[in-house]
Design a protein around this ligand. Structure first.
Ligand SMILES: NC(=O)c1ccc[n+]([C@@H]2O[C@H](COP(=O)([O-])OP(=O)(O)OC[C@H]3O[C@@H](n4cnc5c(N)ncnc54)[C@H](O)[C@@H]3O)[C@@H](O)[C@H]2O)c1
Length: 348
């Protein structure tokens, strides 16, 4: 992968926030969104990092994303709530949803929030790790644009339906599984196309239903769900968990901003949180989670990675500078020029 030199996370956040402010996003919303994107790059999840910023900006300019949304709770009962996001950036919606679900979980032991009228929240771990830092175990999913055919089918009716599960660990590092339920994340296929790289042969089929390693053919065809029929079954249920409890859309009802920046996606998200304090206590849960992680790490002759370890390791390395893929740097430089926003120089 071609890369540029590292830049400080703070400088990249300032850049992304300035770009968002330049198209009418308020300062707090701009910084929330910028922070989530740069955090994804720091974790090495470039598919959900600043690569997405030009798409968000285009959608704001074309009307697909509302830069000045009025978020409101349209239904609230005890531990449950439905949040109307009014076409907001997904990060703006999730910031409110995460605070809302944490408050409910801390009061009732469990909290559940469904979001409708949203867009794209970036990498799921950014949100669930926030909940883990409050001693909460969590589940998060979302609908997306339709890009995946169900097992045995040829029509793209499923999304990449992310699944994020996180549990707090004793040393402040959660155990986090954060994945697209497509064999490869859509953003990774976009990144492969931008960088002229092939994709693995089992990630997608072309428009004629034949397996392909060409990312452009994959984007014109359909992606496969991970894990054959089992992954496809999980993805179908994630659609139901994400969208059937609110007026948000199923993936097959969505026209995504990636291809159609004017469309209001009406994406649906669901986040559920469990407060360890309401069960056997935070300390007990965190120690037990850490014990599980240590067991996994020690389960081979060579060190084994626990879920979340690769991203955590990369984030620690990125403390000296966040390295972006070359194709993302090129796209951001063009954006900076167009919006007349200063692009930060490389730091080494
Ligand atoms: N917002 C959206 O609509 C949306 C949609 C789809 C995906 N996403 C995001 O895309 C991102 C990337 O998803 P992905 O499927 O490409 O993730 P991935 O395949 O890179 O990683 C999936 C999980 O496997 C773990 N893992 C990776 N290598 C490992 C190893 N060697 N040993 C043990 N565990 C390992 C990771 O820690 C991670 O939890 C996620 O952040 C997800 O939330 C978002």
């Amino acid at each position: 992968m071609s890369t540029e030199t590292g830049r400080s996370a703070a400088a990249l956040i300032d850049f992304a926030a300035s770009a968002l402010r330049a198209v009418g996003v308020g300062d707090e919303h701009a910084r929330t969104t910028a922070d989530s994107l740069v955090d994804a790059d720091a974790r090495g999840t470039h598919s959900h990092g600043l690569m997405r910023l030009p798409f968000y900006i285009a959608a704001i300019e074309e009307g697909g994303i509302n830069p000045t949304p009025r978020l409101r709770w349209v239904s609230e009962r005890a531990a449950a709530g439905v949040l109307e996001a009014d076409g907001a950036l997904g990060q703006v919606a999730m910031a409110t949803a995460v605070d809302g679900v944490a408050a409910r979980a801390e009061e009732f032991g469990v909290g559940a929030v469904c979001v409708q009228g949203s867009t794209h929240y970036g990498a799921g771990a950014y949100w669930t790790d926030r909940l883990a830092s409050r001693g909460l175990l969590s589940f998060l999913t979302s609908t997306t644009g339709p890009v995946v055919a169900p097992y045995g089918g040829s029509e793209k009716v499923l999304g990449t339906d992310p699944l994020t599960l996180s549990a707090p660990g004793a040393d402040g590092h959660p155990l986090t599984a954060d994945l697209a339920t497509s064999s490869g994340a859509y953003g990774k296929i976009l990144a492969a196309r931008n960088e002229g790289r092939p994709i693995p042969a089992d990630w997608a089929v072309d428009a004629q239903g034949r397996p392909t390693t060409d990312p452009s053919e994959a984007l014109a065809g359909s992606l496969t769900a991970f894990g054959g029929h089992k992954g496809s079954a999980v993805a179908v249920l994630l659609e139901a968990f994400a969208a059937s409890l609110s007026h948000g859309a199923y993936s097959h009802e969505i026209r995504s901003i990636w291809n159609s920046p004017r469309s209001r996606m009406n994406t649906a998200h669901t986040v559920i949180a469990l407060d360890a304090e309401a069960f056997t206590g935070r300390r007990h849960t965190e120690e037990k989670v850490a014990r599980l992680r240590d067991t996994i790490r020690g389960a081979g002759a060579a060190p084994v990675l626990a879920p979340g370890d690769p991203e955590q390791d990369r984030k620690e390395s990125a403390a000296s500078g966040v390295v972006l893929p070359g194709s993302t740097v090129e796209a951001l430089q063009l954006l900076a020029e167009r919006l007349d926003v200063p692009w930060p120089a490389g730091s080494r």
